[in-house]
Design a binder for this molecule. Structure first.
Ligand SMILES: [Zn+2]
Length: 56
């Protein structure tokens, strides 16, 4: 089971918010839901965004 690198809470959170991700308002990079900082510019200005399946 590939889950050794993640905490159970993060796994459950990722499972719960599988359709969600965070977008950095500064550089626009897409970060995982578990990210507290942008992995690109390390900014805390992240916004939770919903991935719409009905994009078309
Ligand atoms: Zn960023």
């Amino acid at each position: 089971m590939p889950g050794a690198l993640m905490d159970p809470q993060l796994i459950e959170l990722a499972r719960r918010y599988r359709l969600y991700y965070k977008i950095c308002r500064r550089c626009g990079a897409r970060n995982p839901i578990t990210a507290k900082k942008c992995r690109r510019c390390r900014s805390k200005n992240l916004r939770l965004k919903h991935r719409e399946s009905k994009s078309r």
